[in-house]
Every structure is written in structure tokens, then in C-alpha cells.
Design a protein around this ligand. Structure first.
Ligand code: PMP
Length: 461
């Protein structure tokens, strides 16, 4: 006999509209309702346990229900949960600002708090816009970003993005930004992709045509800023940039006189192996946008760091109205800042970095087994971010049509086997929380392998 749908699942289906979700599909099956978590595991209303394979949409760092993070919130809660940052300062937000500014290093000196990745970008883009105007660089400042860029879904952040599926519908609402080729090696039109599966195509030595494209675009216009997700473009499908691209592009941006906005909403806090991904190529931007992992994945809080020169153009007498007229009710939230401080401490514990390195190696070893599957076109990894791209034909790299829902079906099969992640089109991301054990990592990849085989066949290369 079929079990009746859980009350909470019924309530959800009746009332809740989910983000980035076709609700007609949603209504067809009983949703998973999560009620508790511990470490890398989550549990639903039926008592079924799942591995959190995408760190709850790339936010969670140290695991769920972490005693130290819980304690930090409890301690803060006994003081006060929230006070406004409009005209008032608070303890954890000031302490966190000091930690972050000291860690990012010069020339980033100032921090502006907000609530989410999108708002962190919104802040950077408004500041860069005004900076370009006030310094006389441009009267109608424009932004440059990468093909496949995703910087959030508020109107400003959406305008910086270039994923048709998300951005086309709202074209009429958005301001124009320019896009330039992304260094996505797997589908490089110059056919010099690297790494290359042995007999897929012939490869020639890469001549950095993608950097050339950026350089020539930067010469066409005096941009206010170029926006990049350093090293890994998340929502583009965990597209990993080749070593050296970021450094070359940052030099081109500096030479052009534009500012650089680094969107490290997904890549920061150890996710790609360093505290900040830009550090891997010794790149320090003019704006650094942080969110997601800032609070260890506990609370919505974001930060935009910038330079003294940007800060200074907003200084003036009150009646000059040079003030940065921007902010939110929960800017500088005390609970968020308190847990962010505790998360920062955990991230820097002496054994934590070594453990992340060890996890990277285990993950790499396990992922290697996926190359043998015909339905797998590319396996990408940077630090503790992995993206497995499913293809209809690995020899030609032909993609599955979106209506085949290959990624969705594989993730549904994974959920049945107790591993949660969310596809990006035909790319399956794996972003384990840093507390994931070796056995759990092996299970994550085994479940992915079994699910691909179940849904797309056991064909081997
Ligand atoms: N930038 C990047 C690189 C992201 O990956 C995301 C979210 N996936 C955002 C910005 C937007 O963040 P949020 O969803 O917290 O607004």
C-alpha cells in the first residue's frame, strides 16, 4: 500500500513556490522535506539519510549542526540577534571586517555588508559605476563579463550575467553589458582543449586566444569594470579556467584602466584550495564579493570588499550627497557576523587545510573512474569543486538536449540512493562539505557512477 504524502510535503506543494524550479514537475512527486542535519548528512521527514553532495547549493563549509558554529550563534543570541547598521556599529561585524580585510591584503581596505551573493555584486557594480563617473573615466559606464557568467538574479546582477536561459526573458528589464569569450577548454572553439580525452580530437598547443579576445574587447571601450568568477564559473556548469588565464586577464584589465570585480561568492573560503581563488594566481581585484560560505553556510550574509580609492570618491560634505545610498535592513547582521567569525576560525585550524588537500586527492582518485563511462564527456575538478559533464556523444561532445533532462534524471537517481546534488543542465556538481569522510566521498562518486549507468546506460569508452 502506498504511504500517504507527509503533511509537510503537502503544505509545501500547496503553498511554496521554489526557486529555479518548474513547479509543474515539482507537483508530480513528493518533495524531500529535510528536517535535520549532522556533518555531511541530512535527514528527511521519513528518516531517510542523504549525503549533502553540493554543500546545500555551495554554501556549507564545515558540515551541518557544527557544535562550534552552533555555540557562536547561541552566544550571540544571548546578547542580541540583530541591530541596524544604519548609523550604528556592532561587535561581530567590526571584528569580522578586521579579519577579512587583514586576510585579503592590500589594496582592499573597506568592507560593505549585504545579504546574499546577488546583493554583494549589486554593491560592487553600483560602486564601480559611480567610481567611473566621478573619476571622469566614463559618463555612461559599462561592464564586461564572461560568456556563461552568472552573478545573481537581482536586476543589476542579472544584467552582468550571460546565461540565456536565465537572462533572455528579462532582457527588457536589464541594462546592457558586454560579454567576452570564457576560457571553457572543453568546448573551446579553437579546438585546443586541455585536458583532452585521448582520441576525441586532435589538440594543438593553446595560444591563449581567449585572453586575446578579452584584450581586444577591453580596447574597444572604457569599461567601468570587468567582472569574473575567478578560476571556476559555477552556474555556467563548473567551468574551470586554465592556469594562467586569470593572471593574464587581470593584467589586461589593469592596463585598460578598468576595475576588476572578483565574484568569489562560490569560490572563496577554501573551496578551490586557497582561502580565495584569486590567490592561486596572486590576483587581487578592486572588488571582492563574498557570500555563500561566509557564514559557513548557516545564515545569509554577504560582503563586498573594496579599495581606499573607491571609498574615497564617496567622501564629501553631507549636502554634497556623495554618500553611497545603498543598504538593507539586515546589513551587518549580528548573528551572521558571529557565525562567520567562528567559521573563519575553523577554516584556519592547523589541520583543516591538510584535510582539505587530502579530500581533494581522494575526490580526484574517485572521479577518475568516471572517464570510462561513454555518457561522461568531461570530468573537471578544482579543489573541492567537481563538475561531471554528461554528453550524448563523447567523441563529438554533442550535448544532451535539455528536454532529455539527463542531468535532472541522474540527480533524481542519486537522491534515491541517498546523495543530494542539483544539476546545472547536463553537468553534475559535487561540492562536499569539508567534514566529509573519505568513505563518504567514495560513496558520493560511486552513487554518481551507478546513477549515470542506470539513467544513461553502462556504455563504456
Ligand atoms: N555569484 C556566483 C558566482 C554564484 O554562484 C551565485 C549563486 N549561485 C551568485 C553570485 C548569487 O548568489 P545568491 O544566490 O546568494 O544571491
Amino acid at each position: 500500500m502506498e504511504r500517504p504524502m507527509h503533511k509537510l510535503a503537502q503544505l509545501d506543494q500547496r503553498y511554496v513556490w521554489h526557486p529555479f524550479t518548474q513547479m509543474r514537475d515539482w507537483e508530480r512527486a513528493e518533495p524531500i522535506v529535510l528536517v535535520r542535519g549532522k556533518g555531511a548528512m541530512l535527514e528527511d521527514t521519513q528518516g531517510k539519510k542523504y549525503l549533502d553532495g553540493n554543500a546545500s547549493i555551495w554554501t556549507n563549509l564545515h558540515g551541518h549542526n557544527h557544535p562550534k558554529l552552533n555555540r557562536a550563534i547561541e552566544r550571540q543570541l544571548k546578547q542580541v540577534a540583530h541591530t541596524s547598521a544604519l548609523g550604528l556599529a556592532n561587535e561581530p561585524a567590526s571584528l569580522l571586517a578586521e579579519q577579512l580585510v587583514k586576510a585579503v591584503g592590500r589594496p582592499l581596505r573597506k568592507i560593505f555588508y549585504s545579504d546574499d551573493g546577488s546583493t554583494a555584486l549589486e554593491v560592487a557594480l553600483k560602486m564601480a559605476f559611480e567610481f567611473a563617473r566621478r573619476t571622469g573615466r566614463s559618463r555612461a559606464p559599462r561592464f564586461l563579463s564572461l560568456d556563461g557568467a552568472y552573478h545573481g538574479d537581482t536586476i543589476g546582477a542579472t544584467s552582468l550575467g550571460h546565461i540565456d536561459l536565465f537572462h533572455k526573458t528579462y532582457g527588457g528589464l536589464l541594462f546592457k553589458s558586454d560579454k567576452v569569450m570564457s576560457p571553457a577548454c572543453y568546448r573551446c572553439p579553437f579546438n585546443r582543449a586541455k585536458p583532452e580525452r585521448a582520441d576525441a580530437r586532435t589538440t594543438r598547443k593553446c595560444q591563449w586566444e581567449c585572453v586575446g579576445k578579452v584584450e581586444s574587447q577591453l580596447k574597444r571601450r572604457k569599461y567601468a569594470a570587468m567582472v569574473v568568477e575567478p578560476r571556476v564559473q559555477g552556474a555556467a556548469g563548473m567551468v574551470m579556467h586554465p592556469e594562467g588565464w586569470l593572471k593574464r586577464v587581470s593584467q589586461a584589465v589593469i592596463a585598460s584602466g578598468a576595475l576588476m570585480i572578483a565574484d568569489e561568492v562560490m569560490t572563496a573560503f577554501g573551496r578551490t584550495g586557497e582561502v580565495f581563488a584569486g590567490r592561486k594566481e596572486k590576483v587581487v581585484p578592486d572588488f571582492l564579493c563574498l557570500a555563500k560560505g561566509l557564514t559557513g553556510g548557516y545564515l545569509p550574509m554577504a560582503a563586498t570588499l573594496t579599495t581606499q580609492s573607491v571609498y574615497d570618491v564617496f567622501l564629501g560634505e553631507y549636502e554634497e550627497f556623495k554618500t553611497f545610498f545603498h543598504g538593507h535592513s539586515y546589513t551587518g547582521n549580528q548573528l551572521g557576523a558571529a557565525v562567520a567569525l567562528a567559521s573563519w576560525e575553523l577554516l584556519h585550524q592547523s589541520k583543516a587545510k591538510a584535510r582539505r588537500r587530502a579530500m581533494e586527492r581522494v575526490l580526484a582518485r574517485e572521479l577518475d573512474s568516471l572517464w570510462a563511462l561513454a555518457a561522461v564527456g568531461d570530468v573537471r575538478q578544482e579543489g573541492l569543486v567537481a563538475g561531471v559533464e554528461l554528453v550524448a556523444d563523447w567523441k563529438t561532445r554533442r550535448a544532451f538536449a535539455l528536454r532529455d533532462r539527463a542531468g535532472i534524471r541522474v540527480c533524481e537517481a542519486m537522491a534515491r540512493r541517498g546523495v543530494l546534488t542539483r544539476p546545472i543542465g547536463n553537468v553534475i556538481p559535487l561540492l562536499p562539505p569539508y567534514c566529509t569522510t573519505d568513505a563518504q566521498l567514495r560513496r558520493m562518486v560511486r552513487v554518481l557512477r551507478e546513477s549515470i549507468t542506470e539513467v544513461l546506460g553502462a556504455g563504456q569508452v
